[in-house]
Design a protein around this ligand. Sequence first.
Ligand SMILES: Cc1cc2nc3c(=O)[nH]c(=O)nc-3n(C[C@H](O)[C@H](O)[C@H](O)COP(=O)(O)OP(=O)(O)OC[C@H]3O[C@@H](n4cnc5c(N)ncnc54)[C@H](O)[C@@H]3O)c2cc1C
Length: 183
Amino acid sequence: MRRAPYDELELDLRLGVRATALDAGAKVLTLDLGAGTREELAFDGALLATGATPRTLPDTPDLDGIFVLRTIDDALDLRARLDDHPRVVVIGAGFIGSEVAATCRGRGLQVTVLEALRAPLVRGLGETLGMVCGELHRDHGVDLRLGVGVAAIEGDGKVERVRLDDGSTVDADVVVVGWVWYR
Ligand SMILES: Cc1cc2nc3c(=O)[nH]c(=O)nc-3n(C[C@H](O)[C@H](O)[C@H](O)COP(=O)(O)OP(=O)(O)OC[C@H]3O[C@@H](n4cnc5c(N)ncnc54)[C@H](O)[C@@H]3O)c2cc1C
């Protein structure tokens, strides 16, 4: 019988275990095994691959209707809100922002995308291909605004508008902030 792939690789795979500290000088990693138990693991080399965290805007107020997209629960929360036919503003035209915008337009929603750079998807595709994708968004009815900065997200209890650097505003019921930080 075929062994599990991790067994074939002869990995010491530990699930449900959190690394809580790394002493680079002593080359020791501290693990939280749960129930108050810790273990220290010596290493010769360590690779940090702990993923990314959604980036929020500085001074973002605590308003209902502001979403990030990282986990399945984030996606389910956003999808549930889209059933209310909101006006959607997406901040950031990277892969996440572009996919959200396309999905929202597919559901017939009013979508505005705000991007600081001169084209969408520049980090992944470069400016030329990014412009092609931008035209695709526009052809599908996305209000794509390039080279714009966001000054503030505003509202009273729930999000109502996004204020841009030039003082203009875009009305919104849902705002999706589509960036990540690498930890
Ligand atoms: C909504 C969304 C859609 C995406 N769609 C695509 C796509 O279509 N195609 C594509 O190529 N990429 C896509 N991506 C990006 C892709 O998910 C990431 O690039 C990829 O997951 C990054 O892999 P990673 O191993 O660096 O981090 P992760 O996949 O985040 O893995 C990090 C792991 O480290 C664990 N961890 C964190 N801290 C600790 C700790 N202290 N101790 C122990 N474990 C820890 C976490 O639990 C996690 O399992 C998408 C991302 C998002 C958010």
